[in-house]
Design a protein. Structure first.
Lengths: 261, 302
C-alpha cells in the first residue's frame, strides 16, 4: 500500500499525453468553447441584470460586477471538475486510453501529470472566457490589476483538478461523480460568495465557508477586479495550493493502486 | 543470451497466487506462446514482463534490462497488442498512429515517414483518414498491430490477438505475424486457440493455476503427451464398442455423447468402425488441443 504513495515523479514526458488531449479537443473545439462560454455567461448576464435591477450595490459594487468575479471562479472550478471527472474517467476507465499509453515508455506519473496540466489549461480557457466578457463590458476597475486574475485562475485550475482526480481514482462508474458534485461542488457554489457576500450567511455557515477553497479563490479575484490588492494573499494562495497538492498526491497514489495493482 | 527471461516469478492477489513461480526464456527471433485456460495467469504474466505491476518474487530481464526497475527503458523497444481494443475512438486511423508514436518520443517527421509503411503493413492505406468507429473488428486489430510497430520494436507482446475475429480476419493477422517473424522480430503471444499456437509458435508453455504444466515445441508436446491419432466416436452403443476395443485404443475418454479414442493404430480403429452401422466417427491426427485438454482438464473455467 505504502509503495503506491511515493512522491510524484515529474517529467516532461507528460507532453505527448497533453498533446493527445489537445488533438481530441481541437476536433471538437467549437462546441467545447461554446459550452465553456455560453452557459456561465447566460447565468451571469441573466442573474446580473435581472436580479441586479432589484438590488442596491452588493459588496460595494454593481451586482453584475459582483457576480462576474464569482462567475470567473465558479466557471473555472466547474470546468476543471468536469474535465478531470467525466473526461478523465472516460480516458482512464472506459476507453482505456491510459492503459494504451502505459504500454509505451511512459509511466502513470507521466500520464497523470499530463492530465493535470491539460485540465488546468482547459479550466484556464473557461475562466478566461468569462474574463473576456468582463473586459468587454468594462466590469473592472483597473485593467492592469485584472490581469492578475489569470494566475489566480491557473492556481484554481490546479486546486480543483487535484481534488477531482482523487474522486476519479476512487470512482467505479460515472454515477459516483454525483456524490462529489452534490456534496462538494454545489455547496461551494452556494456558500463561497459566488452569488452573494459570505457575510450574509449565519456564523456557522461562514465557518464552513472559510474552509472551502472556492471562498479563497473569490477573495482573491473580487478585489483584483475592483482594482484593489486582496487582503491576506498568502493565506488564500496557500489554501488553494494545499488543496491542489494534497489532492494530486493522494490522487496519484490511489490511481497507482488502481491501475498498477 | 536470452532475449527475455524470468526466474521464479510470483504474483499474489488477495490470498490467491495468480502466478506461482514461473521460469521462462524467450530467444531472439522466435515466436513464443503462452497458453492456458481463462484465469490461468497469462495476462498477469504479460503485465509482469512489461513492468506494469510489481512481482511479489522473482527476477525479470527484458532486452538485457532488469524489470520492473528499468521497465520504462525496456518498453522503448517493445510493442504491445492488448487483449481489449483501446484505440482512440475520437481519432482517425492516421491520428491514432501519430498520437501513439509521440508517446515513444518520436518526432512528427519521424512518425510521418513511418506512416505509409505501417498503413501498408496493416492493409489500411485506403482507410488512413477513416474514423475508428467505421472500422470492422479485423481492421481495428490490424491497426492495433500497426500501432504496436510504430516504434519499430524488437520484441512484440500480443495478448489473445485473434479473439473475436472471423476466420478471414484471423488468417490475415496470422499472415502479418509470420511476416514480422520473417523480419526477425521476436513475438510472445498468449492465446487459447491451440490452432494459432500450433501454426505460429516455435515453442510454447502451457500454464494453469499460475504454474507451468508443460513446455516445448508444439510437435514435441504432442508426441510426448499424447497418442498420435484420435478417433472421435458418436452414436448408439458407444460403451459396448469401447469395452470391446480396449486393446486398440491406448486411452479412452467418454465426454458427454462422444468417446475419444487416443491410439497409435488409427487405421485399425477406423477399419473396425467401418463395419458398425450405428456409430459415426471422425479420425484425425492428435493436436495441441488434445494435449491442452489432457493437461488442463475439461472443466469449465468461468
Amino acid at each position: 500500500m505504502l509503495k503506491y504513495f511515493s512522491l510524484p515523479v515529474l517529467s516532461l514526458r507528460f507532453i505527448p499525453v497533453w498533446r493527445r488531449n489537445f488533438l481530441v479537443w481541437k476536433k471538437l473545439a467549437i462546441p467545447a468553447i461554446l459550452g465553456n462560454l455560453a452557459d456561465p455567461a447566460f447565468y451571469m448576464l441573466g442573474l446580473g441584470y435581472g436580479l441586479g435591477a432589484l438590488l442596491p450595490e452588493v459588496g460595494g459594487m454593481k451586482y453584475l460586477a459582483f457576480l462576474a468575479s464569482g462567475t470567473v471562479c465558479y466557471s473555472t472550478m466547474n470546468s476543471a471538475s468536469f474535465e478531470a471527472l467525466y473526461s478523465g474517467f472516460s480516458r482512464m476507465h472506459v476507453q482505456k486510453t491510459w492503459e494504451a499509453i502505459l504500454n509505451a515508455p511512459l509511466t502513470l506519473d507521466d500520464v497523470l501529470l499530463g492530465e493535470l496540466i491539460w485540465t488546468i489549461c482547459k479550466s484556464l480557457l473557461s475562466g478566461l472566457a468569462i474574463l473576456v466578457i468582463v473586459w468587454a463590458m468594462g466590469l473592472y476597475a483597473s485593467f492592469a490589476m485584472s490581469l492578475w486574475v489569470i494566475p489566480v485562475i491557473l492556481l484554481m485550475g490546479f486546486c480543483f483538478t487535484g481534488m477531482a482526480l482523487v474522486v476519479n481514482a476512487l470512482s467505479p462508474n460515472y454515477d459516483f461523480f454525483m456524490y462529489y458534485f452534490t456534496l462538494v461542488i454545489t455547496p461551494m457554489v452556494l456558500l463561497c460568495g459566488v452569488f452573494y457576500p459570505v457575510e450574509q450567511l449565519p456564523a456557522f455557515l461562514r465557518e464552513v465557508s472559510a474552509w472551502l477553497p472556492l471562498t479563497h479563490a473569490i477573495e482573491l479575484v473580487r478585489p483584483l477586479m475592483q482594482g484593489r490588492i486582496p487582503g491576506g494573499i498568502l493565506n488564500h494562495v496557500l489554501v488553494l495550493a494545499a488543496y491542489g497538492s494534497v489532492g494530486y498526491y493522494i490522487a496519484l497514489g490511489l490511481t497507482r493502486r488502481r491501475l498498477l495493482k | 543470451m536470452s532475449f527475455l527471461s524470468a526466474r521464479g516469478l510470483r504474483k499474489r492477489y488477495g490470498g490467491q497466487e495468480v502466478v506461482a513461480g514461473i521460469d521462462l526464456d524467450v530467444r531472439k527471433g522466435e515466436c513464443f506462446g503462452l497458453l492456458g485456460p481463462n484465469g490461468a495467469g497469462k495476462t498477469t504474466t504479460l503485465r509482469l514482463l512489461l513492468g506494469l505491476t510489481e512481482p511479489d518474487g522473482g527476477e525479470i530481464q527484458v532486452l538485457d534490462l532488469p524489470v520492473p526497475a528499468k521497465a520504462r527503458e525496456a518498453r522503448v523497444k517493445v510493442g504491445v497488442v492488448p487483449q481489449f481494443d483501446n484505440l482512440d475512438p475520437d481519432f482517425s486511423v492516421r491520428e491514432n498512429l501519430v498520437a501513439y508514436g509521440r508517446y515513444f518520443g518520436l518526432s512528427d517527421a519521424e512518425i510521418t515517414a513511418r506512416l505509409p509503411g505501417l498503413l501498408e503493413f496493416a492493409e489500411l492505406a485506403h482507410k488512413a483518414d477513416a474514423n475508428i468507429q467505421t472500422l470492422s473488428g479485423g481492421m481495428k486489430r490490424r491497426l492495433t498491430l500497426a500501432r504496436a510497430l510504430v516504434n519499430d520494436p524488437d520484441l512484440i507482446f500480443l495478448d489473445e490477438p485473434t479473439t473475436g475475429l472471423d476466420p478471414q480476419a484471423r488468417h490475415m493477422i496470422w499472415q502479418r505475424l509470420r511476416a514480422l517473424l520473417n523480419q526477425g522480430k521476436t513475438i510472445v503471444l498468449t492465446t487459447h486457440f491451440m490452432e494459432e499456437a500450433e501454426r505460429l509458435c516455435d515453442r510454447l508453455m502451457i500454464m494453469d493455476h499460475g504454474r507451468i504444466i508443460a513446455e516445448g515445441a508444439p510437435r514435441q508436446l504432442i508426441e510426448s503427451h499424447i497418442e498420435p491419432q484420435v478417433v472421435e466416436v458418436y452414436g448408439e452403443g458407444l460403451d459396448a464398442w469401447g469395452d470391446g476395443n480396449g486393446q486398440l485404443c491406448e486411452r479412452l475418454e467418454r465426454v458427454g455423447e462422444t468417446l475419444f479414442c487416443y491410439t497409435h493404430h488409427g487405421e485399425a480403429v477406423t477399419q473396425q468402425l467401418c463395419g458398425q452401422t450405428e456409430l459415426r466417427y471422425l479420425s484425425r491426427p492428435a493436436s495441441l488441443e488434445d494435449v491442452f485438454l489432457k493437461l488442463t482438464g475439461r472443466d469449465m473455467r468461468d
